[in-house]
Design a protein around this ligand. Structure first.
Ligand code: HEC
Length: 278
């Protein structure tokens, strides 16, 4: 509790929910400007490495872990699942542009026919269901492995999330995600931004806090704490619990909009998933 109080003190009054306005590109540039002013020593692309952009010691341990990446098995398994045909003879490759190779930078996107945000994980299950297969659970396991393989084939591509002008519902979904990020919730009454914008780079218990920029470039993630690979929405749920809020469902409309906002904020950064974290 004492540490939380300390965090409140250091977060006081630096940023608030009005910090960003309605235009996504203006929002993104404002955040870039904000972090670059605060951390002039951190290169923009470094934000894709999360807390390791700020913490030298943790970064060394992380680089050692990356010598034998703990997510490698998931990539291999994912490739196997990806290439195994459905019972109707079709495959994942038939559902995606470019056969699903190197496309992660375009997710999430707003699907006008559906009237909703489509994340890569949702698209994987849509593909399964369109081909008569059951949907997979969203937090980990087979779906996370397929997502890991698809991320791996997209490494080095630049995040390219679009908010289509021609459909005002796309901007509305982005706005909903942004509101979510800047709204306080839970018994501790913290917004995502209180930790990851105002307090980015500061310590919370054993961790430094990652910045908003780059939070979406590297999913799914193998976390030592999980002992396995997990999806971005699994992490969202943990951060809900962290402030003692009831965690929302993975792939709920709220979380998909949140991912839309967060991924747009990572535009122009290189994809580097899957990744490892403590
Ligand atoms: C009380 C502080 C706190 C709040 C509030 C909080 N988080 Fe976190 N979050 C953490 C900590 C601690 C970590 C682990 C260290 C890190 O990677 O930043 C983390 C990690 C993350 C990561 C993984 C970063 C990476 O590089 O893999 C994401 C994504 C994330 N949080 C998103 C959110 C979102 C979205 C919200 C709002 C729903 C939120 N967080 C609210 C403390 C917080």
């Amino acid at each position: 509790m004492i540490r939380i109080k300390y965090l409140l003190v250091i977060t006081c009054g630096i940023l608030n929910a009005d910090f960003v306005q309605a235009d996504p590109e203006a929002d993104r540039l404002a955040l870039v400007h904000y972090y670059q002013n605060r951390f002039p020593q951190v290169d923009l692309q470094e934000y894709a490495n999360g807390l390791y952009a700020f913490d030298e010691n943790a970064r060394e341990q992380w680089l050692e872990m990356e010598d034998f990446p703990p997510y490698e098995i998931a990539i291999e398994e994912g490739e196997g699942f990806f290439n195994t045909p459905f019972s109707n003879g079709k495959a994942y490759a038939d559902c995606f542009e470019n056969g699903g190779i190197g496309v992660r930078q375009n997710y999430p996107h707003f699907d006008s026919a559906m009237g909703s945000v489509v994340t890569l994980e949702l698209a994987i299950n849509q593909c399964r269901e369109a081909n008569g297969e059951d949907a997979l659970p969203y937090l980990k396991g087979e779906l996370a492995a397929i997502s890991a393989y698809m991320s791996y084939t997209s490494r080095g591509n630049t995040m390219n999330v679009r908010i289509q002008d021609e459909d005002p519902r796309a901007l509305a979904a982005y706005e909903a995600g942004k509101q979510f990020y800047y709204s306080r919730r839970g018994q501790l009454n913290f917004a995502c931004s209180n930790c990851h914008a105002q307090s980015a780079g500061s310590s919370l218990r054993a961790d430094r806090l990652s910045a908003t920029l780059g939070q979406a470039t590297h999913w799914p993630v193998y976390r030592s704490k999980w002992g396995e690979i997990g999806t971005l929405h699994k992490r969202f749920r943990e951060c809900n619990v962290q402030v003692r809020a009831r965690p929302l469902e993975a792939q709920s409309e709220e979380f998909r909009s949140l991912e839309y906002f967060l991924s747009y904020m990572s535009n122009d950064l290189e994809l580097n998933g899957p990744a490892s974290r403590r």
